[in-house]
Ligand binder design. Sequence first.
Ligand code: ZN
Length: 140
Amino acid sequence: MSTSDTKICPYCDEEIRAAAKKCRHCGEMLDDEPVSRPRKKKQTHGTVDRMLIPVGRPLSAIAAGYCALFGIIPMCGLPFSIAALVCGIVALKAIKKDPDLSGSGRAWFGVILGGLMTAISLIALVMVLIVGATQPNRRF
Ligand SMILES: [Zn+2]
């Protein structure tokens, strides 16, 4: 029964304790997994994500970048700015979940510029409404 808590060292074929981290005969470190085994853990997770997100860069990051640019257009840019902000946040979340993804620059660009332009557009909209309300004779 003593064999149940012993194992054979893969380096020197001596019998050692099963829980041993290091062989007492040859001094080799013993991991549970053989060192030579290839590490490809990344492949198993996120195959669906890979289909949705091509070439390691979230589409949302690309969308955030373009929407932020369109958001600069005066008067009609507000929907794009909001889209840039939302896409940027989605992209940053995706990148945080999978650090292999690139495009965080675009995502931040979308969040910052989109958020800024959204704020400016909303302020402008509120100003127009206030001016329109306080000056009923003016036609907009
Ligand atoms: Zn050994």
